[in-house]
Design a binder for this molecule. Structure first.
Ligand code: IYR
Length: 228
């Protein structure tokens, strides 16, 4: 390694049995996570959101530039504005504006098991919308100029950690990706070098919440992993 400043790294060793039990228990908790489209307006402590964002902020990322920003929207007016703008885009996507859908037939067919449409009431009902931005530039100082690296990969990993931490904090989440979503930059007052990646809708499921049965079909380990 080239000369650079270092600090010691210690990761306590676990007996194999405990390592296995802990990994399996986290797996089992994450297996309970569902993408939920029915939210109540029940409040969630702000500290849960803050801790989850701090957890996301520990994600591995390109050159430690930490190229992410999490805009937490709670104001009813902002949430309503985002809902209306997202639904405008979604109406075009699903062809609910009377024109030919922007989505291909194949895409719409793939979504049919989820039952989604252009109606997005959860964007107003849920207590938090975390709008995740990917910083194309800025470096660790956020100067808006320094090149960032592996931005999508970095922010994607951070979103996974955010969602896992929110689940651990008893929240339901939905990753919502209106397309296109350029309107979110203005709504969240973010600079032009940041691009919105997704909205993570956060709250508690409504009492009558359901999830699509399709979402329970998970590929087995033998299919998603190979050992070489
Ligand atoms: N953004 C649309 C469509 C959509 C696309 C995929 I791929 C999904 O997994 C779910 C929805 C919407 O939110 O309805």
């Amino acid at each position: 390694m080239k000369d650079h400043e270092t600090v010691p790294y210690h990761l306590p060793a676990l007996p194999a049995e405990e390592a296995i039990a802990r990994a399996q228990s986290l797996r089992d908790r994450l297996k309970e996570r569902r993408s939920c489209r029915y939210f109540s307006d029940e409040p969630v402590p702000r500290e849960v959101i803050e801790a989850a964002i701090e957890a996301a902020g520990t994600a591995p990322n390109g050159a430690n530039h930490q190229p992410w920003h999490f805009a937490v929207v709670t104001s009813p007016e902002k949430k309503r504005a985002i809902r209306l703008a997202a639904e405008e885009e979604e109406k075009r996507f699903y062809g609910e504006d009377g024109d030919k859908p922007k989505a291909s037939d194949e895409w719409l067919d793939a979504l049919s098991d989820l039952g989604t449409d252009a109606d997005k009431p959860f964007l107003e009902t849920a207590p938090y919308l975390i709008v995740v931005f990917a910083q194309r530039k800025g470096g660790i100082e956020e100067d808006g100029k320094t090149q960032n690296y592996y931005v999508n990969e970095s922010v994607g990993i951070a979103c996974g950690m955010l969602i896992a931490a929110l689940h651990e904090g008893g929240c339901s989440t939905l990753t919502h990706t209106p397309s296109p979503m350029g309107f979110l930059r203005e709504a969240c007052e973010r600079p032009e070098w940041e691009k919105p990646l997704m909205i993570v809708v956060v709250g508690r499921p409504s009492a009558d919440a359901t999830v699509p049965a399709h979402a329970l079909k998970k590929k087995p380990l033998s299919q998603i992993a190979s050992w070489l």
